[in-house]
Design a protein around this ligand. Structure first.
Ligand code: NAP
Length: 318
């Protein structure tokens, strides 16, 4: 069994992979090229791809009988893989749910606080040497405690965000999901996204990417939001119409935004970088040693199950 891992991993994950499998680990940190994906499908039994490795229908059509039978994705989001095309080619797909939940919810809270309390802008002010000192009306932001949050996508991460908002900040919680959730705290299952957007102080995006959610947050949703409100996106960039968001931030339609992900990642538009009322993070959702190791182990658990001929722990699309 030959295994290809598409990025360098934490030391403990690389050590486990080398001890358990005949493994090749790419040393390049950028996304796989088409040629690399074609070779991966043709020459390896298992591939561990990750964010941005675009295993689309075209790639599978170029390798009609792939040696590869499993894409054990490193990450919970797998919108870069055409799962239908993979399965049609006899390739199963797994992901790493759960391992990422708390860390990503923490980054959502980081962005909520940074955006509401203008932390990025304040840090830039101090670093610029232009800070004139404290005064009662200096850089006033939005007080988060007791406010109303709307969570778009109430899955594992959405619920972890809602929990932090409810228990940590005494916030009222509304959410959008396809099905109502059984929770141990009060949260309103909102039927209409536009209506919910109009009622909340902070709108947090936590749905998967893909065709179904593309531009779910568009100019219409942004127009419905309050001028004092903030938009947070920790999901996938394509869920938010980035051009419409830039316009909403430029005109003051919304007060601010906090972004961990971008529509054409890693490209971040200059117009966003020029704005003071947006906090920009480089996709840090799961970026801790511990979490990245847990994700790696989860991906390798799927590889190990496959190699042993056992049921895959985390299949997707089945
Ligand atoms: P999850 O447990 O599958 O939750 C997804 C939620 O979105 C569910 O509540 C689902 O509704 C809802 N949803 C799906 N499609 C929808 C639609 N068309 N309209 C409305 N709601 C919809 O996934 P998760 O583990 O929370 O992860 C969510 C996403 O976060 C991932 O897919 C990934 O893209 C992103 N992510 C980002 C980072 C980062 O580093 N920034 C890290 C991890 C994950 P139902 O519950 O009714 O099915």
């Amino acid at each position: 069994m030959r295994v290809l891992i598409a990025r360098p991993m934490t030391a403990e994950v690389e050590a486990r992979a080398r001890s358990e499998f005949d493994v090749e680990i790419r040393t390049n940190t950028s996304v796989m090229s088409r040629a690399e994906m074609l070779r991966a499908l043709a020459e390896f039994d298992v591939v561990v791809p990750t964010l941005g490795d675009a295993f689309d229908a075209g790639v599978f059509s170029q390798v009609p009988e792939p040696r590869c039978k499993l894409l054990a994705n490193f990450g919970v989001g797998y919108n870069h893989i055409d799962v239908g095309a993979a399965m049609a080619a006899g390739v199963e797909v797994t992901n790493t749910p759960g391992a990422v939940t708390d860390a990503t919810a923490d980054i959502a809270m980081t962005l909520m606080l940074m955006s509401a309390r203008r932390a990025g802008e304040g840090e830039r002010l101090v670093r610029s040497g232009q800070w004139q000192g404290w005064h009662p009306t200096q850089m006033l932001g939005l007080h988060l405690s007791g406010k109303h949050v709307g969570v778009v996508g109430m899955g594992r991460i959405g619920q972890a965000i809602a929990r932090r908002c409810h228990f940590g900040f005494g916030m009222q919680v509304s959410y959008i999901a396809r099905s109502a959730k059984q929770l141990d705290f009060e949260a309103h299952h909102a039927g209409d996204l536009t209506k919910m957007a109009a009622e909340v102080d902070v709108l947090v995006v936590a749905v998967p990417g893909g065709a179904e959610t593309h531009h779910l947050i568009d100019a219409g949703i942004l127009a419905a939001m309050r001028h004092s409100s903030h938009l947070i996106n920790i999901a996938r960039g394509e869920v938010v119409d980035e051009a419409a968001l830039i316009a909403a931030l430029q005109t003051g339609q919304i007060a601010g935004a906090g972004l961990d992900v971008y529509e054409f990642e890693p490209k971040v538009p200059q117009a966003l970088m020029d704005l003071d009322n947006v906090t920009l993070l480089p996709h840090l959702g799961t970026a801790t040693e511990e979490v990245r190791s847990n994700m790696g182990h989860m991906a390798l658990d799927n590889v190990a199950a496959f190699v042993a001929g056992q049921a895959l722990p985390n299949p997707v699309g089945t």
